[in-house]
Every structure is written in C-alpha cells, then in structure tokens.
Design a protein around this ligand. Sequence first.
Ligand code: AN0
Ligand code: CP
Length: 345
Amino acid sequence: MKSFINVEDLGDLKQALAEAQEIKQDRYKYQHLGKNKTLMMIFFNNSLRTRLSTQKAAMNLGMNVIVLDVNAGAWKLETERGVIMNSDKSEHLLEAIPVMGCYCDIIGVRSFAGLKDREYDYAETVLNQFIKYSGKPVFAMETATVHPLQAFADLITIEEYRPTPVPSQREGGICDAMNHSPLLSGGAGGRLKVVLTWAPHCRALPQAVPNSFAQWMNAADVDFVITHPKGYELDPMFVGNARVEYDQKKAFEGADFIYAKNWSNPGVTSPADYGKITCEDMSWMVDTEHMSWTNNAKFMHCLPVRRNLIVTDDVIESENSIVIPEAANREISCSVVLKRMLEAL
Ligand code: AN0
Ligand code: CP
C-alpha cells in the first residue's frame, strides 16, 4: 500500500478485518517488518489518540519513530506558493517536505481543515504536497477532509460489538463472527442499522471524521443513516448512498449503533457558511431519552468529546458506551495500515 487516505486504499474490507483480528491476537507478529525503518509523524494540530496509537503501532512493528510538532519547535511553515515570504514564516513547505522525506521511510500527516476556504481544504492541498514532494509513502492522520485511521478503527469496533446470534462471538474472532455478519456479507440476520448524528459544539470543527465514517459505512453492508440539522449536509462524494434523515428521532429508531460527532457547516447548500456554526440547537445532544429511541444501541464517538454538549455524562458512562474500546482499536487499525505499507516498501 503506497498511501492510506480513502477506504479504497485498503482493498477488500473483509480481508482488512481479518488482518485486524490477526494483529489483535498477536500485536508483535510482524515485528521484523519494521527493522531499520523509520516512521515520521508530522503534526500541524493537536492529538492524543492518533499520536499515541500510531507510535504504539509503529513500535509493535519494530519501527523507529520521529515525531515533529510543526507548531512547537519547528520553523513556521508557509504553505501557499507564490507568497512573498516576509512574514513570520521562515520556511516553505516545498523545501521542508522533501527534507523530511530524506530522514524516513513512511510519513503520517495531521493537518486539519482551515475552515476558511472550502476549495483549498477539499483539494487536500497540504496532504497532496506531501504525496507529491516527499518521495515517500504517506498516510492521513486526519487531514483536511478525511480521517481514515479513525474510520477503520470504527469499522473494527462495530464488527466486534454488533449484535450476534451467539453472544460469545463478541469475544471471539472478527472473522468467525463475520460469517454470520450483516456488516460486510449481507447475512440473513437483518442488516445492522448505523446512525451518524450531528451534535452541538461550541467551536467550529472539521468534517473529516464524519466524511470518512460515511465513506466507510457506505463500503460496509449496513443500513446507514445520517441525521443533522438542515444546512449541515456533508459533501455528496462522502454521503454516497446513505439515507439523510432530518428528523433525529426517526433516524434513531431501531439503530444498533449511534455515532455522534459535531461538524461545522460544510458549505454544500450555502457556500458562504463554510466552516461556520449555523446551528446551536441543544436538542441534538445525545441523552438517555435519545438512546431510548434506539434498538439498545451502542454509543460511539471518536474522542475527544465535550460532555454535556455532544453527549450527556449518563450516556457516555453507560454500559452501551464503547468509546474506550473504539479508541483502543486505533492501535489495531494503524497496525494493519503500517504493516501493509512496510510490505510494499
Ligand atoms: C477534531 C475534529 O473534530 O476533527 C479531531 C477529532 C479526532 N476535534 C477537535 O478539534 C476537538
Ligand atoms: N480520535 C482522534 O483522532 O483523537 P486525537 O485527535 O486525540 O488524535
């Protein structure tokens, strides 16, 4: 695998889930692959899970890891070509990227959307410069429009926690369970209903997490519903065949998984609103009443989450909340990705 950005980069999802299960059972099985190979992680934005889980996955594979926080110690980087560089930015990304490429074998990039210019963000300008100029395989650690390591971990988590006819399968292998699974194989037990719900937040957040989650759920065989206030429509290339339901209660009815996330206005129906907060309706916060509309659904969120804005304490602390195993699976999704990238070097 040369890059990891979209769901297609992973190929057959069943195979990817089988590899995830294999690695989960023995995290150090491929320790030899990373010998004398270096991962460079570049952070333009903060992180807890991505930073720790990616580093752990790389260490499990025997890799060396270099982490650069661009905003803490590096020269300030200019990203736009053609700019007269007489501001506080001392170095251009067009020199910095090939230099970084000299010191490593694989590069992970975290670079959030600026949420000011939709065209610039959706062109994945920073990520594509890394792909073009680093000379090394690149993967997204949440870029302007996607967060594939999160979405892959979410898929693994849904597979592990989906209701199965035999309860013991939950503890068992992903693959064995998958033989009966409506998730990817369209099994006879009825399709899983997975709901992505917008929830309120005090700061404008990117669309990367919901975009990737939608992309991955469309690739899995689930009944996938997206619910949000009018005006928050995600880009059609990510919505795909999902059903969009503006009535949150209707969307939640019969759901097996509730995936909550805030995102700022994607500017699809109203370009001038791109990146803005255009709804503050607190009735969208996921509370116990919301969860009572579902089919005893599991609650998911990529974290970090602001309690009592997106979800109440009661729901996130409930037995049905699987946010911690979801975060734990970030190590597994990243291990599969790095393993494949190392194999392709
Ligand atoms: C980021 C976001 O919403 O994209 C990262 C989530 C993984 N969240 C915040 O900036 C709070
Ligand atoms: N879910 C996630 O990517 O978290 P971080 O922003 O802490 O890495």
